[in-house]
Design a protein around this ligand. Structure first.
Ligand SMILES: [Zn+2]
Length: 208
């Protein structure tokens, strides 16, 4: 597989994540498409850059739902939310309360992922949310981009090590590929990096 083979929606998601990463925020993004597959809202993690009093809740999916202009796009139940990473309890709640009924997910999240709540809560299960998991390569790229961010910008090394272990539960290939790229000094000047090139190098290592 090559970057150009990725679904266009996912290219948009990874570009948004790159923007977060360049701002030292977590590489997690989310988009919403309408019933014809047109991109109608985006959100990316802004923890660390957001200018609200409490940026801890600036998660990608919550931002995407908040950014959806329902005066222009009222047919919410027809729309699909793409979550690069399995939504956390807050984002899952926001997605459901926002009226979205279909979620496409890139990577499993053994740590904060909350999709299991859809079966455990009577209220959530009554909403019949459709969940679609992407092929593993998307999860590996997702976790690879998150790994790059942790290795470059998380100053709490013990915490970052724990996070990489969580990422590795489902996507160790993506984590290991990112570690190699960081070790090779690929990210000395982030502004000069091309996302397409980074993802292609990552895919090559993942597929080896
Ligand atoms: Zn969240």
């Amino acid at each position: 597989m090559r970057y150009e083979d990725l679904d266009d929606i996912w290219k948009s998601i990874f570009e948004l994540e790159w923007e977060s990463l360049c701002n030292k925020s977590k590489a997690i993004a989310s988009v919403i498409t309408d019933e014809n597959g047109n991109l109608i809202s985006t959100g990316r993690n802004k923890i660390g850059e957001y200018t609200i009093p409490n940026p801890r809740v600036c998660h990608a999916e919550t931002e995407a739902v908040r950014n959806l202009d329902i005066s222009i796009y009222p047919n919410i139940k027809q729309y699909t939310l793409y979550a690069a990473l399995e939504p956390c309890p807050m984002c899952l709640g926001t997605i459901v309360m926002g009226g979205i009924r279909r979620i496409v997910i890139g990577a499993h999240d053994d740590h904060g992922g909350a999709i299991e709540l859809l079966d455990k809560s009577r209220y959530l299960s009554s909403k019949n949310i459709e969940i679609i998991w992407m092929p593993n390569i998307y999860g590996d790229i997702q976790r690879g981009l998150q790994t790059i961010r942790e290795l470059l910008y998380n100053e709490d090394k013990a915490k970052s090590e724990r996070m990489l272990m969580d990422f590795s539960v489902y996507n160790s290939s993506g984590v290991n590929a990112a570690k190699i790229l960081v070790d090779n000094g690929l990210f000395v000047d982030l502004q000069k990096c091309r996302l397409e090139n980074i993802i292609n190098q990552m895919i090559k290592l993942i597929e080896e």
